[in-house]
Design a protein around this ligand. Structure first.
Ligand SMILES: [Cu+2]
Length: 202
């Protein structure tokens, strides 16, 4: 029974393998414009809901405090992700949030080299992260249902790749601006371009 497989079996296996690896998926790309802000930096563009369960990554996300600034300023994570808060300064920093969706945690105050963490469980949570030693310090953790998100740079350009073909609701978020959500149809292959407009919140 150790004969080599007939050629049709090899071809069939190849076709099955190929089709399993080419699900119909496309890209959403575009640009965000924000009226009333200096630049569209740190706008979060994301698909509101995608069918299925999205497991958080094994590796932890990191927020550092360096030169009295939280890095990154906006962190995007899938629900269930653990975030490590590092202190990269030679002074004591604290980490807390007043937001209920993150259980109003206060991780305490600690020196450089020490790390404390928190697992964000609630989808759609937008938690402001503060330091009670330095009131000017601020960061945001935005918790999403799925990994189809993008955070813009100064140019406002975004790309979300490898989305299964279908209809979705694309949303935008910025701490100081707001904009309408938009229905988007992702093609089976290739890309759809969407331009998004936001306005500074009053
Ligand atoms: Cu601080």
């Amino acid at each position: 029974m150790n004969k080599s497989k007939p050629i049709w079996m090899v071809l069939l296996a190849a076709v099955v393998f190929w089709s399993a690896n080419t699900t119909m998926a496309g890209t959403i790309k575009g640009k965000v414009k924000v009226r009333g802000l200096r630049s569209p930096k740190n706008v979060v563009v994301y698909i509101d809901r995608v069918e299925g369960q999205f497991k958080p990554p094994q590796e932890h996300a990191i927020v550092n405090q360096k030169e009295m600034v939280f890095h990154p300023h906006v962190l995007l994570i899938v629900a269930g992700t653990t975030v490590e808060f590092h202190n990269g300064d030679q002074v004591l920093h604290n980490v807390f949030t007043p937001d209920k969706c993150a259980e109003k945690f206060n991780l305490g105050t600690w020196p450089a080299g020490e790390v404390r963490s928190y697992t964000f469980k609630e989808v759609d949570c937008e938690a402001v992260i503060l330091c009670n030693v330095h009131p000017e310090m601020e960061a945001w953790v935005k918790v999403l249902q799925n990994p189809y998100f993008y955070k813009t740079d100064k140019d406002g350009v975004f790309t979300i790749e490898n989305i299964a073909a279908g209809k979705y609701t694309l949303k935008v978020w910025h701490k100081k601006a707001q904009g309408p959500s938009q229905e988007v149809t992702v093609p089976e292959k290739g890309e759809v371009t969407v331009n998004l407009k936001m306005k500074r919140k009053r």
